[in-house]
Write a protein that binds this ligand. Structure first.
Ligand code: ATP
Ligand code: MG
Length: 400
C-alpha cells in the first residue's frame, strides 16, 4: 500500500465546545494504546482531525486496530503531497491505478480550504478527472455511485489524497465520561451493558460476586475471559472478585425463601457501592432488562435500588433479549457467556422468588440481622485483578 498516513475524523467529539481538547487528548491516548504494536507510527492531533503517520508501519493492520476505537467516526488511509499540480497528479494516478480493475468507475471529490490554491473545487474535479481518464484505459466516471471516490483535499500546509472512507466505532473516547463499576456476571447481558457504556466514554471496572465452592474455578475463569474481551476496547480492565459465600448462606438462614433474591441483590448493590467509592467511580452499571426475570420488574428494582442513591446505569433496560444477543455476538462475548458454568445467583436461586417484592417487607426481614460486618469483610477480602487483552493476567490483591 502506498499510503503514508491515516486521517481520522472525530465525529461527535467535535460538538463538545470547550471540552474539546480533553476529548481529543483521550482519543489520542486510546489510539496510542490501540496501535501499541506499531512503534514507528506517530499520532498528530489538531482541532478537527487526527493523523496517524505510518512511517513504514502496515496501513492495513493499523486500520484494523482503529476500527475498534470509540470516538472515531470514520478514517481514511491517505497520502500527503506537496501542493504542486504535477506532483498531485502523479500521486493520484498511482493511487487510482492501485485500486483500479476492469469495469470499475470513479469520481473525484475535490475540497479546498486553501482559498489561494490555483484550482477551485470544480477545477480540481475537472483537471484530475480528465488526467486520469486519459491515462487509465477502461476507467469510467460515475458521479453517483463510484467504485473509487478519489478525495483530493487542498489545505494550507499540503494536499491530501485518499480513496476509502472506513466507518469507525463512533461513540466517545473511553475515559471521557468518568468511571463506573460494572456488575459483571457470567451471563449474556452484563458484558453487553459494559460494552455500551464504554462506547459512551465510560471507564469501566468490573465487579463480580463469586461463591466458592458452590461456584467453580471455571466459572471465575469465564468472568476473567469476558473481562478480557471488554479489555480489548480499553487496553486493560480492573476486575474485582468479591467473596460472597458467607453472605449468601447467611441470607438463606435469615430471610424467608421468597425474599432471598431481593436481599441478595440489595447486598450486592451495597458492596458494589463500597467498591465504587474506594476506586473513585461515579455510577454502577448492570445488565438488567425490564421484565426479563423476577429481579428485573419495576417493583424489584424499586426495592433493590433503595440501598443506594448512586446513579445506576442500565443500558439494556428497554432492549429485547434477541437484540442483546446480536450485540453480544458482534463483540464476541456470546460464545463465552453461553458456557454452562454456574453463577452465584443460580446456585442459590429460590424456587419462587417474589416478582413484586415490597420494600417494607424486605427492610423488615433484614432488620433482624446486622449484615454490616459481613459486608465489610467481603469488601476487605476482595481480590483485584488487572486484566489485559490477549496476555495472561497480572494478579494484584488488595489494590486499594
Ligand atoms: P446477565 O446475563 O448479565 O447475567 P441476567 O439476565 O442473568 O443478566 P440477573 O441474573 O437477574 O440477570 O442479573 C441482573 C444483573 O445483576 C446482571 O446483568 C449483572 O449486572 C448483575 N449480576 C448478576 N449476577 C452477578 C454476579 N454474580 N456478579 C456481579 N453482578 C451480577
Ligand atoms: Mg445472570
Amino acid at each position: 500500500m502506498m499510503y503514508d498516513r491515516i486521517l481520522i475524523r472525530y465525529g461527535e467529539i467535535s460538538t463538545k465546545g470547550r471540552n474539546r481538547n480533553k476529548f481529543i487528548d483521550k482519543l489520542r491516548k486510546s489510539v496510542r494504546k490501540a496501535i501499541e504494536e506499531f512503534p514507528n507510527a506517530v499520532i498528530q492531533a489538531d482541532r478537527d482531525r487526527m493523523y496517524v503517520l505510518l512511517n513504514g508501519e502496515d496501513g492495513i493492520q493499523v486500520s484494523d486496530r482503529l476500527k475498534k476505537v470509540f470516538g472515531i467516526q470514520s478514517f481514511s488511509p491517505a497520502i500527503k503531497v506537496e501542493k504542486d499540480i504535477e506532483k498531485m497528479k502523479q500521486a493520484a494516478l498511482a493511487l487510482v491505478n492501485d485500486l483500479f480493475s476492469e469495469g470499475k468507475t470513479f469520481k473525484i471529490t475535490g475540497k479546498r480550504s486553501d482559498k489561494f490554491f490555483e484550482l477551485d473545487t470544480n477545477g480540481i474535479n475537472h483537471e484530475f478527472g480528465g488526467y486520469l481518464l486519459n491515462r487509465i484505459s477502461g476507467l469510467k466516471v460515475d458521479v453517483r455511485n463510484p467504485d473509487i471516490n478519489l478525495q483530493i483535499e487542498v489545505r494550507e500546509e499540503a494536499a491530501y489524497l485518499s480513496a476509502e472512507t472506513i466507518r469507525g466505532a463512533a461513540g466517545l473516547p473511553v475515559g471521557s465520561s468518568g468511571k463506573a463499576m460494572l456488575m459483571l456476571s457470567g451471563g449474556i447481558d452484563s458484558p453487553v451493558a459494559g460494552y455500551l457504556s464504554m462506547k459512551r466514554g465510560v471507564e469501566v471496572e468490573a465487579v463480580h460476586f463469586a461463591s466458592p465452592p458452590f461456584t467453580s474455578e471455571r466459572a471465575k475463569q469465564k468472568v476473567i475471559d469476558l473481562t478480557q474481551k471488554l479489555a480489548e476496547v480499553s487496553g486493560q480492565m480492573v476486575l474485582h472478585i468479591i467473596p460472597f459465600t458467607e453472605i449468601q448462606q447467611t441470607i438463606h438462614k435469615q430471610v424467608p425463601a421468597n425474599y432471598t433474591m431481593t436481599t441478595t441483590r440489595r447486598l450486592m448493590l451495597r458492596i458494589t457501592d463500597r467498591i465504587r467509592e474506594r476506586n473513585g467511580g461515579l455510577a454502577i452499571i448492570t445488565g438488567e432488562s425490564l421484565g426479563q426475570v423476577a429481579s428485573q420488574t419495576l417493583e424489584s428494582m424499586y426495592a433493590i435500588n433503595e440501598v443506594t442513591s448512586t446513579p445506576i446505569l442500565r443500558p439494556l433496560i428497554t432492549m429485547d433479549k434477541t437484540d442483546i444477543m446480536d450485540i453480544a455476538a458482534k463483540i464476541d462475548t456470546l460464545e463465552i457467556s453461553n458456557l454452562p458454568y454456574e453463577d452465584c445467583c443460580t446456585v442459590f436461586v429460590p424456587s419462587s422468588p417474589k416478582t413484586k417484592p415490597k420494600l417494607e417487607k424486605v427492610q423488615h426481614f433484614e432488620s433482624y440481622f446486622d449484615f454490616e460486618p459481613l459486608i465489610e469483610k467481603a469488601v476487605n477480602d476482595t481480590e483485584t485483578i488487572i486484566v489485559k487483552p490477549g496476555m495472561g493476567q497480572q494478579l494484584e490483591e488488595d489494590l486499594f
